[in-house]
Design a protein around this ligand. Structure first.
Ligand code: G4P
Length: 520
């Protein structure tokens, strides 16, 4: 098989959702199709217990679990499927966002009883920023949910993306009859068990029991409205991330999942070209290249190894190969490589564009690092910075340890574990993170690796907005709207809440407040 064939069959994607929308359930079903697990319910021990924030061993366990389920890969039909996990509960962090820089498309799950929820919006924005295709699965149709038109409107209004329903539901909850598969031109009948019946549209009138049902007839009428007044399907817009194909179904039944998956796989793109400092790099370029999007530290002091996750972007990876670390120009031998599947780590011998491999990190890699084979030196585009939401003042418990303290902070911040800000005037250190877990990991690693106890003083959730250099005026800010500097010496304001932000904006309309996350 040529490199081109290997690339063409790969589909690398992430499933994004707000907690409880059904990500785990859907993932399990996809793994079942890939024969990766025998029965659903074994993906991860999410519900097997929350970890206490103080207990390091528990975090370790939690992270252990998330390491093994970080990437799930399996062959399905003619495809090689790579699903990247995006932690969504207690361990939501900047890593969750960064994972989305390593995929070629995303599947967004929406709970039909709830609609768009906050975490969906955040993750959606990152996918949107990258311009990758977004497929939507509206879940839990077996329950009384919200009106389908209303849900589509909400997606269009809140997320600012066109929708195209690939299928259309007939009823919901107890009245749920199935979906009209517009793409496959068939009615998929829901029977309440794991069975699905596929009836081609032209044969529907032979099924009197279905076609005479008022719920079915009503759905036929609303489908007519969709056909007449809805958006036109455009694969081009889908691939540009401007239109999202929407599927209705039930992950738990499972219903509509197989149709969704098959359609998704035909439409979702294989790995494509990526931007680098030396121009566009094609995935079939004969030299191996990839970038590190995540580093996971093993917190066990007995073996403090770390795993760096590489997204392969071109060429062929072979275990033991020598590559160059573009940042330093140093040559490295990639001997300890792992690929991750749902239940165990396996040594990987070869990998192609779209694949994710884990390599042993003797503390030299950084998030965003490019690894390349061959003479041409280039680096992939820098990973975007994601605005933190939670902020804490940080100090060393023992002032005598200030040297180690500064060194530790410097290194952990550089590694991308957490973001550092300095308060204007007072020069206080403020740490910012996307999720609480990042603070816990930071605190534990400062103790383990630098022998410094750190103290946090929470300043709560804040809304960061960057300022233009010429518009910085110290006198306008205080504890509520705090002026700080980031590592590149850019000024930003940490607004106490939405209200303070709007109030400030009204009062100083000329000051431009820059939202790093503004994608519209
Ligand atoms: P998450 O990973 O996105 O957080 O969600 P997860 O799959 O764990 O699903 C959250 C809850 O929603 C689970 O119920 C799950 O069984 C349920 N669920 C998922 N898909 C469907 C669906 O299509 N229909 C219905 N009715 N429920 C669905 P739970 O009670 O919280 O957990 P469990 O006791 O069932 O495991």
């Amino acid at each position: 098989m040529t490199i081109q064939d290997e690339i063409a069959k790969r589909r690398t994607f992430a499933i994004i959702s707000h907690p409880d929308a059904g990500k785990t359930t859907l993932t399990e079903k996809l793994l079942l199709y890939g024969n990766l697990i025998r029965s659903a319910g074994t993906v991860k021990g999410k519900k097997s217990g929350k970890f206490a924030t103080s207990d390091w061993m528990d975090i370790e366990k939690q992270r252990g679990i998330s390491i093994t389920s970080s990437v799930m890969n399996f062959p399905y039909k003619n495809y090689q499927v790579n699903i990247l996990d995006t932690p969504g509960h207690e361990d939501f962090s900047e890593d969750t966002y960064r994972t989305l820089t390593a995929v070629d498309s995303v599947v967004m799950i929406i709970d039909s009883t709830k609609g768009i929820e906050p975490q969906t919006i955040k993750l959606f924005k990152v996918a949107r920023m990258r311009g990758i295709p977004i497929f939507t699965f509206i879940n839990k149709l077996d329950r009384e949910g919200r009106d389908s038109f209303e849900l589509l409107d909400e997606i269009e209004d809140i997320l600012n993306i066109q929708t195209y329903p690939m299928n259309w539901p007939a009823g919901m909850g107890k009245q749920f009859l199935g979906v009209f598969d517009r793409y496959g031109k068939q009615f998929v009948q829901f029977k309440g068990n794991e069975e699905e019946t596929y009836i081609p549209f032209e044969e529907l009138n032979e099924y009197q029991d279905i076609s005479s049902n008022p719920t079915f007839q009503e759905a036929e009428e609303t489908l007519q409205l969709v056909e007449e007044a809805g958006n036109e399907f455009s694969l081009e817009d889908v691939l540009a991330g401007e239109q999202t194909p929407v599927f209705f179904g039930s992950a738990i039944a499972p219903f509509g999942v197989e149709v969704f998956f098959n359609t998704f796989l035909t439409m979702a793109p294989p790995p494509g070209p990526r931007k680098s400092t030396e121009g566009i790099i094609q995935p079939n370029n004969s030299d191996f290249s990839g970038f590190i999007f995540k580093i996971q530290a093993n917190m066990n002091p007995a073996h403090r190894d770390r795993v760096a996750f590489i997204r392969v972007c071109s060429g062929k990876f072979e275990r033991g190969m020598s590559v160059q670390l573009a940042r330093t120009g140093k040559n490295m031998k990639l001997s300890q490589s792992q690929q991750f599947i749902a239940s165990s780590r396996e040594t990987v011998e070869e990998a192609y564009a779209g694949d994710i491999i884990g390599i042993y990190d003797p503390n030299i890699y950084r998030i965003g690092d490019t690894l390349i084979e061959g003479k041409q030196a280039f680096e992939y585009d820098e990973l975007p910075k994601f605005p933190p939401e939670i902020f804490k003042k940080v100090t060393a418990k023992n002032v005598m340890k200030s040297k180690q303290y500064k060194k530790g902070i410097e290194q952990l911040v550089q590694e991308g574990a957490i973001q550092l800000f300095k308060r204007n005037r007072t020069e206080e250190y403020i740490l910012g993170a996307v999720g609480e877990l990042q603070f816990e990991v930071f605190q534990a690693r400062m103790k383990e690796e630098y022998h410094v106890d750190v103290l946090f003083e929470s300043i709560g959730e804040r809304i960061p907005r960057w300022l233009k250099k010429e518009q910085v005026d110290d006198s306008l800010f205080d504890e509520r709207n705090m002026l700080v500097r980031d590592r590149e010496d850019n000024n930003l304001v940490l607004f106490k809440n939405d209200f303070s932000l709007r109030w400030f904006q009204d009062k100083h309309p000329k000051i431009e407040l820059i939202d790093l996350f503004d994608v519209n």
